[in-house]
Design a protein around this ligand. Structure first.
Ligand code: NAP
Length: 302
């Protein structure tokens, strides 16, 4: 049976000129005060070939910590080991304001970028993303603040998260910089980007796709309903053939799409971060890839 190609271990970050690993490590659940432990997680990722790190200024409150706590902790880990910052491709996000909830005004975003750089202890981030669309800001205002931050060398490239296809297309009309990435929720339990043209748009615009919650927030590892169990069973069949875990098979299912999506590994355990790289060992047949899709949809394809 004909196999789909193996994913490349590295890929371009859209039109940015930056190259990133095929998987990223995400910091939404990164919390606490153990700077050494964060360093060990970063090394687990780097040793597994994962150098693309995704955080956000709003990561903290979901862990019972203040706004900015997760960026701050990552910044302390980077400061503790000279040279580490240069080994990672650092992505963060802003634009969610506690109690507002979204603000993409030029004044807010400009201040948010500066505050993230201060917490991360870095002069620039490699990718800065708007976390969620603020429907009350005109795209021309966003374009101005992003281009200023880029010219000032604070952000090497710009991306978006949770934007619709038309929001991306409209914003791009006003920007001279390319939107290099988009970050939707994407997993076998969240198929919307496959079906609503987001991934097609990413191919057409040459944007990298960063898939958030690639395990459905852990539900693929521990299925609790018949749909998740059906997806797990379909993934297990492939995982067994390639001698990898179900979660590695789940990441590779996402990566097999021609948009070459980048799963953002959400685990905060070194062995699970390392194991994610097994996704690069899996090859899909069309029949098996579609079998996962059918399990995920719970109905046969037309
Ligand atoms: P996920 O990979 O879908 O879920 C990770 C969760 O699954 C962790 O709690 C992890 O626990 C658990 N898990 C259980 N068994 C596991 C196994 N065998 N292997 C790996 N994980 C297992 O991802 P996520 O944390 O929900 O999201 C990933 C990243 O996406 C975030 O860190 C963030 O960077 C990004 N994100 C972005 C947005 C956005 O709006 N742009 C929203 C949400 C997330 P352990 O830590 O105990 O392994």
């Amino acid at each position: 049976m004909k196999l789909l190609p193996l994913p490349d271990a590295r890929r371009p970050l859209g039109k940015s000129g930056i190259t990133v690993s095929a998987l990223a490590w995400g910091n939404w659940r990164l919390c606490g005060d153990d700077v050494g432990a964060v360093g060990r997680l970063l090394h687990a990722a780097l040793d597994a070939g994962i150098d693309f790190i995704d955080t956000a200024d709003i990561y903290g409150p979901d862990n019972g910590e203040p706004f900015g706590a997760s960026e701050q902790l990552l910044g302390r880990a980077l400061a503790a080991e000279p040279g580490l910052r240069a080994r990672i491709v650092l992505a963060t996000k802003g634009g969610i304001s506690m109690g507002v909830p979204y603000d993409s005004s030029a004044a807010y975003l400009g201040a948010a970028i500066d505050a993230s750089l201060a917490r991360l202890g870095t002069g620039h981030v490699d990718l800065w993303q708007i976390h969620r669309p603020d429907i009350l800001t005109h795209p021309s205002e966003i374009a101005r603040v992003i281009e200023d931050a880029h010219k000032a060398g604070k952000i090497r490239s710009f991306g978006v998260s949770n934007f619709t296809v038309s929001q991306i297309a409209t914003l791009q009309q006003y920007l001279t910089l390319p939107i290099v990435s988009t970050q939707p929720e994407l997993s076998p339990l969240k198929l919307a980007p496959i079906e609503n043209a987001e991934l097609d748009q990413a191919i057409a615009m040459d944007m990298a796709v960063m898939a958030w919650s690639p395990l459905g927030g852990g539900r693929i590892a521990a299925p609790a309903d018949p749909r998740a169990q059906a997806v797990a069973d379909a993934l297990d069949a492939v995982a067994a053939d390639f001698g990898v875990s179900r979660t590695a098979a789940a990441y590779s299912w996402i990566m097999a799409h021609p948009a070459r999506c980048i799963p953002i590994v959400g685990s905060q355990k070194a062995d699970r971060i390392a194991e994610a790289a097994d996704a690069l060992k899996v090859r899909w047949t069309r029949a098996r890839w579609y079998a996962v899709l059918v399990a995920a949809k719970g109905e046969p394809l037309p």
